[in-house]
Design a protein around this ligand. Structure first.
Ligand SMILES: NC(=O)c1ccc[n+]([C@@H]2O[C@H](COP(=O)([O-])OP(=O)(O)OC[C@H]3O[C@@H](n4cnc5c(N)ncnc54)[C@H](OP(=O)(O)O)[C@@H]3O)[C@@H](O)[C@H]2O)c1
Length: 239
């Protein structure tokens, strides 16, 4: 990948995407087509290229926990996070992989699947007080469960709980329903957006799928990288 902004040239991705030294920081990593679609054939994989895959894995390596919606876990058949090439040094002093933190109200998740049974670090389930008690019991047997909120997740409380477990460098991998709520709750510090050179049309969701935001947050461009016809944009919250 080549850097276009702030100054053109080669770049060290791990340095460029380093989290701030202190405090909780919530980064989202998403891919969209040129016409804004966040899905192709109901998945996101068909939108990216090899460089996007590389960045996806590197961002996991840099994170303390990976937040994802149950819709994405089901659609993409998520497995547990596994150590990856290019992680040399980035996880020093931390667990070998970041745990997944799956948001689910219904707990309609396969607790016998590898995402729970083969996780190197127990998968976290973020759920609500009104979750089905039988499923909640199973979840507690297979995962580290955080209950935050009554009918709907209380996202600030969930993030505080994750930080209390030492997970302050957070990566959200979507999907659009989850990300829209994280943004609405004022929790998004950074958006890494891969722009894929495709035009899809149809009616797929964009990277945020939720009601309009009364006060749209403004983001500032931190950098733009290029690989072939793909752009890798990093925006941070304007303070
Ligand atoms: N372009 C990209 O970068 C990208 C990234 C990720 C995913 N995707 C695509 O997006 C699609 C899936 O996204 P999605 O928007 O449908 O689903 P999602 O955001 O991944 O997950 C939605 C689910 O999260 C749980 N959830 C959301 N808000 C909640 C709340 N307030 N309280 C409790 N639980 C809550 C619910 O799970 P339960 O139903 O279990 O209660 C809900 O059904 C897939 O096609 C995937 O390929 C694209």
């Amino acid at each position: 990948m080549r850097i276009l902004s702030p100054e053109p040239g080669e770049t060290d991705l791990a340095e460029r995407y380093a989290y701030p030294a202190d405090g909780t920081w919530l980064r989202a990593n998403m891919v969209a087509s040129l016409d804004g679609a966040a899905q192709r054939d109901e998945r996101s994989g068909g939108l990216g290229n090899e460089a996007d895959r590389h960045l996806f894995l590197l961002l996991r390596g840099l994170a303390d926990a990976v937040l994802v919606g149950a819709g994405t876990v089901r659609a993409e058949g998520y497995g547990p996070v596994r150590p990856s090439e290019g992680w040399d040094g980035v996880r020093e002093g931390r667990t070998p992989v970041p745990p997944l933190a799956i948001a689910s109200r219904t707990l309609d998740l396969d607790f016998d699947a590898p995402v729970f049974t083969e996780a190197q670090v127990p998968t976290i389930v973020l759920t609500t007080a009104t979750a089905d008690p039988v499923r909640l019991k199973t979840a507690r047997e297979r995962a580290d469960v955080i209950v935050a909120g009554h009918d709907s997740l209380d996202f600030p409380a969930a993030v505080r709980e994750l930080a209390a477990r030492g997970h302050r460098r957070l990566l959200c991998e979507g999907g659009p329903a989850l990300l829209a709520q994280i943004v609405a709750a004022g929790l998004l510090d950074e958006l890494c957006l891969t722009l894929s050179p495709l035009l899809l049309a149809g009616h797929p969701a964009g990277i945020l799928n939720g009601p309009p935001l009364p006060v749209p947050p403004e983001m500032a461009l931190a950098h733009a990288l290029q690989d072939d016809d793909f752009l890798f944009l990093r925006y941070t919250r304007s303070r």
